[in-house]
Design a protein around this ligand. Structure first.
Ligand SMILES: NC(=O)C1=CN([C@@H]2O[C@H](COP(=O)(O)OP(=O)(O)OC[C@H]3O[C@@H](n4cnc5c(N)ncnc54)[C@H](O)[C@@H]3O)[C@@H](O)[C@H]2O)C=CC1
Ligand SMILES: O=P(O)(O)OC[C@H]1O[C@](O)(CO)[C@@H](O)[C@@H]1O
Length: 389
């Protein structure tokens, strides 16, 4: 069987990517530091993918095994024998595994000759290919290594909550998730031939998909979570079904979508279809996705190139006034040490938006209802945009 190595056996690794390539005929070796997950994978060699939505469907994923991420020799052997590899570890973990990935690649070339390898990078991270490439490069001496590894960015649209025990679970390894199954990949970075499966969408230039994912999907999901926290909700589906939250989130999405349409020359109508589909998918009650998961790691999510500030900057570059996105940034700032976050997201650099954000923060201090906030934002939008139409 063709060999697929999946670095990270969590929600996306086990729930989506490992499962997808198992269904496409690969034997999948997971690498993970969670000893219990490794043990269970090597005991059962299968697990269930539980697709939840209007109906529940259970698919048994077979031909799987695992190696312990702390066992360096086992990791090197897995990387050496891979026909294709992927990571789904978390943006902060990626640089930490770079030395071991470099070691595995060197072992591969020592034992098998110069066989190229594509690595699908399945993380919510702008510039993930360059960041991972540069992290691995630090441990490479021979410059020709670069021609043998494809750092392939992907856009992971599937939503998979943490794979803890859940009521539909049929085994301890089961993963609950929504039905969405598309995997756009950066065609320009691919160095080997793997599959023609219809779920995989090779696309170039890929930056459009990266920015659509981060600035529409992730931005809207994060803003829904922030507003959900504001209203005291536990689940994303509760927040996403709230009509006031929907209204604010939809306007944030519209600003991002207008900027993307301008930057990439894509039709706004197509982006609107995507927005409506997401707003529906966020309401999936059976997914039991939490506000806490989607808002996790706020310091990373507020960085200049990430979902909120990145979307706001794309608007400014494309002459879109980011009224609602600035409000979402203020909401994020209102949850943590404001001075620290202001520095992290570098909003000082633009006087105009800095002023708007300060105004929004003062508004939020009054603890207004979301209905009052909608009127406040509409008025602000009128003053900023209405006067120049
Ligand atoms: N869960 C979701 O719906 C989505 C997640 N993503 C992205 O996918 C990536 C993974 O996220 P999740 O699967 O949700 O996280 P997760 O926490 O469920 O899985 C990460 C896995 O990596 C393992 N791990 C951590 N450090 C490791 C190391 N040094 N060596 C080996 N394994 C290690 C953990 O034990 C865990 O099993 C993140 O970058 C996330 O932003 C992207 C789209 C959707
Ligand atoms: O995984 P992160 O970067 O913490 O962000 C969570 C985001 O990832 C997703 O799970 C998938 O893109 C979204 O549903 C959510 O917005």
């Amino acid at each position: 069987m063709k060999q697929f190595v999946m670095y990270g056996a969590g929600s996306i690794g086990r729930g989506f990517i490992g499962a997808l390539f198992s269904k496409l005929g690969y034997e999948v070796t997971f690498i993970d530091v969670n000893e219990e997950v490794v043990r269970l994978l090597n005991t059962y060699h299968q697990y269930d993918q539980v697709i939840v939505g209007e109906q529940t469907q259970t698919i048994t994923i077979q031909h799987v095994k695992a190696v312990d991420g702390k066992d360096e020799q086992a990791v090197c052997e897995a990387i050496a024998s891979a026909d294709l590899m992927a990571t789904a570890l978390g943006a902060n973990i990626l640089p930490k595994v770079a030395p071991l990935v470099a070691k595995g690649l060197k072992y591969r070339w020592e034992t098998r000759g110069n066989v190229p390898l594509d690595i699908l990078i399945c993380e919510n991270l702008n510039d993930a290919d360059r960041i991972f490439h540069d992290a691995v490069a630090q441990y490479m001496e021979d410059p020709k290594w670069d021609t043998l590894v494809g750092f392939v960015e992907t856009s992971i649209g599937k939503m998979v909550p943490p794979a803890n025990n859940f009521e539909e679970a049929t085994s301890p390894l089961a993963v609950r998730q929504e039905a969405y199954e598309f995997l756009p990949v950066n065609k320009a970075a691919i160095k080997t031939k793997w599959t023609d499966a219809s779920q995989i969408i090779p696309y170039a230039p890929f930056q459009y998909f990266v920015e659509r994912k981060l600035f529409v999907h992730n931005m809207a999901h994060f803003t829904t979570a922030l507003l959900g926290m504001y209203e005291g909700f536990t689940y994303i589906s509760e927040a996403a079904s709230d009509i006031s939250i929907q209204w604010i989130v939809k306007n944030c999405m519209a600003e991002s979508a207008m900027a993307l349409a301008g930057a990439y020359g894509v039709s706004y109508a197509k982006l609107q279809d995507h927005m409506n589909d997401l707003l529906y998918r966020f309401q999936n009650v059976a997914l039991k996705d939490t506000v806490a998961r989607v808002a996790r790691d706020l310091m990373r999510k507020i960085k200049p190139k990430d979902r909120l500030v990145g979307a706001m900057r794309l608007c400014l570059e494309n002459e879109i006034q980011p009224v609602y996105l600035c409000f979402a940034i203020s909401l994020a700032l209102s949850y943590v040490d404001q001075d620290v976050l202001e520095e992290v997201c570098e909003i000082h650099q633009d006087e105009k938006v800095y002023e708007w954000i300060q105004g929004d923060l003062a508004w939020l201090k009054k603890k207004p209802s979301l209905t009052q906030t909608i009127t406040y934002l509409e008025k602000q939008e009128h003053e900023i945009i209405g006067s120049v139409i």
